[in-house]
Ligand binder design. Structure first.
Ligand code: ZN
Ligand code: ZN
Length: 136
């Protein structure tokens, strides 16, 4: 993200303190794979998530053109705690919610031998406790 835009953002937004160096300048599009050439990334988190976060928008081959405060996407995956996960994107974003997108880092962990061993161990423990509960 060009420093010119960082400066503009810091001047124009109601930021309460915060270090300009904390602004995310390495941009990586956050929304689901798409062919529009229009990208968006979160660059600044406001205090108190009720107001939303600051996002920067850019087009392929161009410098980022604008930043905007967008309200958070209200969706969550609907699963019980601790498996609940809220969407980290902005409201009315295109594509899938963040919790529906594949996370390559998490996938790598799931495919590791250590994870499989641990999971087999836990499954055995759960199976045992379920059995003892079912048969009084
Ligand atoms: Zn994109
Ligand atoms: Zn969402």
């Amino acid at each position: 993200m060009p420093l010119r835009l960082v400066a503009m953002m810091l001047r124009s937004l109601p930021l309460s303190g915060g270090n300009p160096l904390d602004v995310e300048t390495f941009l990586r599009c956050e929304i689901e794979e798409h062919a529009t050439g229009q990208h968006i990334d979160l660059v600044w988190q406001l205090d108190g998530s009720a107001r939303g976060e600051v996002w920067v928008h850019w087009t392929d081959g161009c410098e980022p053109g604008w930043v905007a405060v967008l309200p958070d996407c209200p969706a969550d995956n609907g699963r019980p705690i601790p498996y609940d996960e809220a969407c980290t994107l902005f409201t009315r974003h295109p594509g899938a919610h963040s919790f529906e997108l594949a996370d390559p880092a998490a996938d790598a962990i799931r495919e590791s031998v250590e994870y499989r061993l641990l999971k087999a161990e836990l499954d055995a423990v759960f199976r045992k406790s379920r059995k003892s509960r079912d048969t009084p």
